[in-house]
Write a protein that binds this ligand. Structure first.
Ligand code: TYD
Length: 210
């Protein structure tokens, strides 16, 4: 049995990081070996790419290719080895972020994005994607409350609205992989939905999320 690959997705301030850590603890208590990781930046090279990506305004194609380079490195050095040793991998952002941000947010051609994602991943896709969905005003208020905004967080409200629409479109396109979690409520209520989504998927691997 290969390991299990779960990605977490959502706009800024959706609460992915908090939920990822709660989920890791919960899975560990059930006896799973869990690896938590993130994009961009889950490797040494990735840390340098993350600095470039989040602190500079880059041409769109440069940005797209740097996210792809980060991902290819991350897969080779972190994701593949963990999955091959049967770990549960929790990844904060993956290919859906590129579709949502570079595709819908920046308006880049979606077919081109798919091609670049395929080159970067060699087809490795999550078994399950938890899309933490919040209205843009809620997410941005939370993100801005943390202070110190990165280049993407400083984008316009309309940009983040398009990103959210991108996630909506992806969830519709891949109902078996992507589970929408209503992330506007408190931490425990959101986590309860996540546990239910995972338990449902383990019971019935081919099911669609509700
Ligand atoms: P992240 O560290 O998850 O920031 P946050 O905690 O604010 O969500 O992600 C950093 C930024 O990178 C985020 O604003 C979205 C962006 N991003 C892309 O635009 N495309 C991508 O493919 C990925 C992985 C991230």
């Amino acid at each position: 049995m290969p390991g299990w690959f779960i990605s977490l997705e959502g706009i800024e301030g959706a609460g992915k990081t908090t939920q990822m850590h709660l989920l890791a603890d919960w899975l560990q208590r059930q006896g799973h070996t869990v690896l938590t990781t993130w994009e961009p930046g889950g490797t040494e090279l990735g840390q340098s790419l993350r600095q470039l990506l989040l602190h500079h305004r880059l041409p769109h194609r440069t940005e797209l290719l740097l996210y792809a380079a980060d991902r290819a490195t991350h897969i080779a050095e972190v994701l593949q080895p963990a999955l091959q040793t049967h770990q549960v991998v929790l990844c904060d952002r993956y290919t859906d972020s590129t579709v949502a941000y570079q595709g819908y947010g920046r308006g880049m051609d979606l077919h081109l994005i798919d091609q670049v994602n395929t080159i970067a991943t060699g087809g490795l896709m999550p078994d399950l994607t938890l899309w933490l969905d919040v209205p843009v005003e809620v997410g941005l208020r939370r993100a801005r409350g943390r202070g110190d905004l990165n280049a993407i967080e400083q984008e316009s409200f309309a940009f983040h609205e398009r990103v959210r629409q991108g996630y909506q479109a992806l969830a519709k396109q891949y109902p078996q992989r992507i589970c929408r979690i209503d992330a506007a409520s408190d931490v425990e209520t959101v986590f309860k939905q996540i546990r239910a989504a995972i338990a449902g998927r383990w019971r019935e691997p081919a099911s669609e999320c509700q």
